[in-house]
Design a protein. Structure first.
Lengths: 115, 117
């Protein structure tokens, strides 16, 4: 079945360094929709980025990601980490199967930015 | 803006008892509502998807008998965890979507954290 893999459970960075959180996926559908959600403690998960267009960079709030269908990847990047970026980040895939509009989430990556 | 509220935020129940949680979309009318559970050390797992004018569809490993859902209108949904046991503990998220397209953003509530004693 469809799945999302986030290899890193925890990424620890020093403020100012670049961020890269990995996300790969598997789906039987050629028209995959990929999302990144950011989840701060005691708040609602919030959509950060989304894309369905191959090889097109999408940006929001300093973060960017490019969907590469050839490698089934949608890695999240930022040029310079800030302390306020410390949060859980979930990569998710929209499933267009018989279940309808559901999201399949990765395990999540905890980003910890230190001064 | 679009907001999703969930109530209660935290709850504790005794093993074998039931508890009900609510989800309310404010500022928009949701065309679908999804309930997810995040068990300890796991990711969010879809329990069921409720779409306007369609029957509620449960995922494998989740049943209506265990997690009955009520979705009386486009803004409100409730789900009950019947006969809760230790494996039912976790964070229950409600996600409300505006529009039927896959690309339509799903707005999440902050979740209801269930502890089972």
């Amino acid at each position: 079945g469809d799945s999302v893999t986030q290899k890193e459970g925890l990424v620890t960075l020093t403020e100012g360094l670049p961020v890269m959180l990995n996300c790969t996926y598997q789906t039987i559908y050629s028209n995959a929709f990929l999302f990144w959600y950011v989840h701060y403690l005691n708040e609602s998960p919030r959509l950060l980025l989304k894309s369905s267009t191959d090889n097109k960079r999408t940006e929001h709030q300093g973060f960017h990601a490019t969907l590469h269908k050839s490698s089934s990847s949608f890695h999240l990047q930022k040029s310079s980490a800030q302390l306020s970026d410390s949060a859980l980040y979930y990569c998710a895939l929209s499933d267009r199967g018989s279940s309808g509009n559901k999201l399949i989430f990765g395990i999540g990556t905890l980003l910890s930015v230190k001064p | 803006g679009a907001l999703v509220y969930q109530y209660p935020r935290r709850t504790i129940c005794k093993s074998g008892t039931s508890m009900r949680m609510e989800c309310q979309a404010v500022g928009f009318q949701a065309t679908s509502v999804a309930w997810y559970r995040q068990s300890p050390q796991k990711t969010f797992e879809l329990i069921a998807l409720s779409t306007v004018n369609s029957a509620i569809k449960y995922e494998q490993n989740f049943t209506q008998e265990k997690f009955p859902i009520s979705h009386p209108n486009l803004s409100f949904s409730s789900m009950t965890v019947l006969n809760a046991y230790l494996e039912d503990r976790g964070l229950y998220l409600c996600g409300a979507r505006l529009g039927g397209r896959d690309y339509a953003e799903q707005f999440f509530g902050p979740g209801t954290r269930l502890t089972v004693l």
